[in-house]
Design a protein around this ligand. Structure first.
Ligand SMILES: Cc1cc2nc3c(=O)[nH]c(=O)nc-3n(C[C@H](O)[C@H](O)[C@H](O)COP(=O)(O)OP(=O)(O)OC[C@H]3O[C@@H](n4cnc5c(N)ncnc54)[C@H](O)[C@@H]3O)c2cc1C
Length: 401
């Protein structure tokens, strides 16, 4: 028996779930396949969902904590405290429930879902893609007009169709603990080459527990592992007292792909979310930009499927629709490199000393948005002359690109 669909989506993560739901709402016949037998496990995520992404799915009841403020620490311990309790900066959610609900909504909209299923092969023909899917030990043949890979950082679809790799692949490690010394609604960010070379470590309140994590690039870790840095943060850093009563209740690690692929389409193939390298270079967040990608491309996909026309030219236009997001990510990466990744601890301390000035804190509270640091970055470069010496490349990238 051959199963026929308009669109097959591989991967029932948040992006595959959101994409399938939107496509089903547009009256396409959609099949979503997931290799695991349940949704949302295993997950690798700090569980932060920004207000824009949350508004798209309305899953406020999956939130464990509303985050409105942050404490950021320089390597030597200079503290910057920002935020306003009346403004929600982000939501800390239960990722398992969040993912499940996104996928359930998609099924409610008409998506067929096959769990314990993964593609064995996929071949592009003139009028369809023919897939052989291993579904709970059984081989099933599926024909689809369009195949979407939303199958995460190590995407099978991306590898099968040789579509390149994201420019950066960061690595993250996180433990979930009880007993962290914190204040509800505020997250902590720690910097320095002893706790997160080139990036930062975090402590994020998540209801009864706190998520303590680190992310960095493999080439910056040297001889050490993420676990070594996490231990240094918890047991040797200037902030070790905050962790004295912590008891670990969970542990996760995973990749953070960033740098949107040059070509995220091929005839009858499109990549979404982590598979497309969509995570933000500044925060590692992938849910917000993944949802944004779906909304951006949906109108064009609807037309392609309606016409069953997936010629190279039309698919290239689809990929080009992402140019705005690509440019925005490049600018964010330039800012991150200039102020965090490519500075040493002494320079970071100097930068924090400027950030800690009352007039700069005021500016951060007015314009600061961890999800969109460009307006703040531009304003700082314009208004605070001391920053310019750190920002040669970044200034050019964000002011002129
Ligand atoms: C430590 C860490 C912390 C993070 N914190 C945050 C955060 O706070 N906020 C945020 O927005 N992002 C965060 N991220 C990134 C975020 O987790 C991802 O960007 C997000 O999960 C991407 O969603 P996705 O649906 O594209 O991919 P995934 O969530 O990876 O989902 C892919 C799905 O595809 C399935 N799959 C894979 N291969 C196959 C196959 N061959 N066949 C069938 N199914 C397949 C997988 O089982 C999975 O269900 C973090 C990442 C890490 C590592």
């Amino acid at each position: 028996m051959i199963h026929e669909y308009d669109i097959v989506v591989v991967g029932a993560g948040p992006i595959g779930g959101y994409l399938s739901g939107k496509l089903s709402q547009s009256n396409h016949r959609v099949l979503l396949i997931e290799e695991h037998k349940e949704i949302g496990r295993p997950f690798q995520c700090a569980g932060l969902v920004n207000p824009g992404a949350m508004a798209k799915v309305g899953l406020y009841d999956t939130a464990l904590t509303r985050i409105w403020g942050a404490r950021m620490y320089s390597p030597s311990g200079i503290k910057i405290e920002i935020g306003n309790p009346d403004i929600t900066r982000t939501w800390s959610v239960c990722r398992k429930i969040f993912d499940e609900r996104v996928v359930l909504d998609s099924v409610a909209n008409g998506t067929d879902i096959w769990l314990s299923s993964q593609p064995k092969s996929a071949v592009i023909n003139d009028d369809y893609v023919e897939m052989v899917i291993d579904s709970d030990g059984r081989e099933r043949i599926v024909r689809t007009k369009l195949l979407c890979g939303a199958d995460g950082a190590h995407s099978w679809v991306r590898r099968n169709f040789k579509m390149g790799r994201p420019k950066e692949m960061m690595v993250g490690l996180q433990i979930e603990v009880t007993g962290y010394d914190t204040e509800d609604g505020k997250l902590d960010l720690f910097t320095g080459e002893n706790v997160a070379p080139g990036f930062f470590s975090w402590a994020i309140p998540s209801g009864e527990t706190t998520r303590i994590g680190i992310w960095s690039k493999p080439n910056l870790l040297g001889e050490k592992s993420c676990e070594d840095y996490l231990n240094q943060l918890m047991f040797e850093s200037p902030w070790k007292n905050k962790f004295t009563n912590c008891k670990e209740v969970g542990r996760f690690c995973g990749p953070v792909p960033s740098g949107i692929l040059k070509n995220l389409t091929k005839e009858r193939i499109i990549l979404f979310g982590d598979a497309a390298g969509i995570c933000k270079p500044t925060t590692g967040g992938g849910i917000g930009p993944g949802f944004k990608q779906v909304d951006l491309l949906l109108p064009m996909i609807n037309n392609l499927v309606k016409d069953n026309d997936f010629t190279k030219k039309r698919m290239k236009l689809l990929s080009q629709e992402m140019n705005g997001m690509r440019k925005n990510h490049r600018r964010k990466k330039a800012l991150r490199d200039a102020f965090v990744t490519e500075v040493d601890d002494n320079e970071l301390n100097e930068i924090f000393a400027i950030w800690a000035r009352p007039e700069v804190i005021k500016l951060i509270n007015e314009l600061g948005d961890i999800e969109n640091p460009i307006p703040l970055g531009v304003r700082m470069l314009k208004d605070i002359p001391e920053f310019r010496k750190y920002a040669g490349k970044a200034a050019l990238a964000i002011l002129w690109s």
